[in-house]
Design a protein around this ligand. Structure first.
Ligand code: SF4
Ligand code: SF4
Length: 96
């Protein structure tokens, strides 16, 4: 039997989310600071593409977050307020 290798996108698509729409678990502390952030690593290090550059700044949407914590680590200005979603919410990992 040959094993089928999945892309990162295919693996992510196998998961399900219960999005906590009333309490985003990640926030940008000071959006104005993002405008001065030269490399904006959040926009290319987040595997779920939650951060998108818009003009000089960044827009964050946490719906597809996989709770890896990468954005918190790579932000050079400690400008991300990060927490897990409330209990039972957020990503539910599925084997694929
Ligand atoms: S890395 Fe941090 S400071 Fe830079 S754009 Fe992203 S959230 Fe803003
Ligand atoms: S925790 Fe991971 S998936 Fe979620 S926004 Fe940060 S880098 Fe993206």
């Amino acid at each position: 039997m040959t094993m089928k290798y999945l892309t990162v996108e295919e693996r992510l698509n196998a998961n399900v989310w219960d999005v906590d729409v009333y309490r985003p678990h990640i926030k940008i502390r000071d959006p104005a600071l993002c405008k001065r952030c030269e490399k904006k690593p959040c926009t290319y290090m987040c595997p779920a593409k939650c951060y998108v550059q818009q003009g000089d700044g960044v827009v964050l949407s946490t719906e597809a977050c996989v709770e890896c914590g990468t954005c918190r680590v790579v932000c050079p200005y400690d400008n991300i307020d990060w927490d897990y979603p409330r209990s039972g919410m957020g990503i539910w990992y599925r084997e694929s």
